[in-house]
Write a protein that binds this ligand. Structure first.
Ligand SMILES: NC(=O)c1ccc[n+]([C@@H]2O[C@H](COP(=O)([O-])OP(=O)(O)OC[C@H]3O[C@@H](n4cnc5c(N)ncnc54)[C@H](OP(=O)(O)O)[C@@H]3O)[C@@H](O)[C@H]2O)c1
Length: 340
């Protein structure tokens, strides 16, 4: 089917991720035949200017997907569950940012650069991983290939943009109130986020982990085709940073490994940039990674608690590699491979 240009819909176009998808869709010069922007009734009628043409955002309804070949969705899990059958029934391919289908057997969970061959297995739905999983995959993929991961511990420091527009506004308002010494009633978060760190993202599961933490555990295994019993643990925290997630990662490998070997491999890895010169205070921070594509890695060192262990610091723009960039990269691959 490659050669013909697809009709594309961006569902959730007025949200934080949807806006970023639209921006990257333009930057990557994806070729299309027609384009439409969809939201809920709330934002229907909003104007979006794209490549010098004005579009009116439409309320998403089943008929919105008539004739649509590819849908880039970032409108939450319940919206994706509602519209997925309508999209697939009409012959469209759904590239979904929500958690609705990620762990389903017949839904490939894709990070371009790590496992894009799995796109070929799609049956109408392709899932984009959770943002904290996404940035790790480009880093872990080549290291697992060379040294084989035996155990993995991830601690995340996640920006508020990961929780959508409401959360971004709440950090701003909460900070203003805190600086004035005024009371603030949180609503996007369970507790105040200003000048605070919250050890909860998403709801708690029966095992004491949060759903966000279990996403990292389960999605990592699915994307890297790791053994289901491989020990992985994650602690996810929300921090008062507007954008870009940081992660402290401790990895035990089967094979012996040195920090220099890891540095060398990651310097030559697609989508990864190493900044690792601590003597000169050179290490990546959220300010380096916000608004740009690479996953940044630094502080690469021997882990003192594991045999064959490495610790590193990994920072990336959660709205780009963690959501929108990877979504548009998947879309580009689907078009190149003629899989729509
Ligand atoms: N933020 C991140 O870093 C990140 C990363 C990975 C994945 N995700 C996932 O991406 C999705 C969107 O996140 P976000 O941060 O962009 O949220 P957001 O800023 O709240 O935006 C949500 C978007 O979905 C639309 N929407 C809501 N209900 C709808 C419905 N019933 N029908 C059609 N459209 C509907 C909204 O339209 P209105 O404007 O009309 O309300 C809006 O365009 C979520 O599933 C989230 O888990 C987010």
């Amino acid at each position: 089917m490659s050669g013909r240009k697809p009709n594309i819909a961006i569902l959730g176009a007025t949200g934080v991720v949807g806006r970023e998808i639209t921006k990257i869709f333009d930057e990557m010069k994806i070729e299309y035949n027609s384009l439409k922007f969809l939201s809920s009734a709330k934002s229907a009628g909003t104007k979006i200017t794209f490549q010098e043409k004005e579009y009116t955002v439409e309320e998403a309804k089943p008929e919105s997907f008539d004739g649509i070949n590819i849908v880039l969705a970032s409108a939450g899990a319940s919206t994706s569950k509602l519209f997925a059958p309508e999209i697939v029934k009409r012959g469209g391919v759904l590239i979904d940012n929500s958690s609705a289908f990620r762990m389903e057997d017949n839904v490939p969970l894709i990070i371009v650069g790590a496992n894009e061959d799995d796109i070929k297995l799609h049956k109408g739905i392709i899932a984009n991983p959770n943002c904290s999983t996404s940035q790790l995959m480009l880093v872990l993929k080549p290291l697992n290939e060379k040294f084989k991961i035996k155990r993995l511990i991830v601690s995340t420091y996640q920006a508020v943009s990961g929780a959508g527009l409401k959360a971004i506004n709440e950090l701003r308002e909460n900070t203003k109130c805190a600086l004035k010494g005024e009371e603030f009633e949180p609503s996007a978060f369970k507790k105040e986020i200003a000048f605070n760190v919250l050890p909860q993202i998403d709801v708690f599961c029966d095992n004491g982990y949060t759903k966000e933490e279990m996403k990292v555990v389960n999605e990592t295994k699915k994307i890297l085709h790791l053994d289901k019993d491989l020990p992985i643990s994650c602690t996810a925290a929300r921090v008062p940073v507007f954008n870009s997630h940081s992660e402290a990662v401790d990895i035990e490998f089967e094979e012996s490994v040195t920090p220099d070997e890891v540095r060398e491999i990651l310097k030559n890895t697609f989508g990864v940039k190493v900044i690792d010169n601590p003597e000169n205070f050179e290490y990546p921070t959220t300010k380096d990674s916000s608004g740009v594509d690479p996953v940044y890695v630094g502080r690469i060192r021997k882990n003192l608690a594991f045999n064959n262990g490495i610790s590193l610091w990994c920072v990336a723009d959660n709205l780009r590699i963690g959501a929108a960039l990877n979504t548009v990269r998947i879309c580009q691959k689907v078009i190149e491979m003629g899989l729509y």
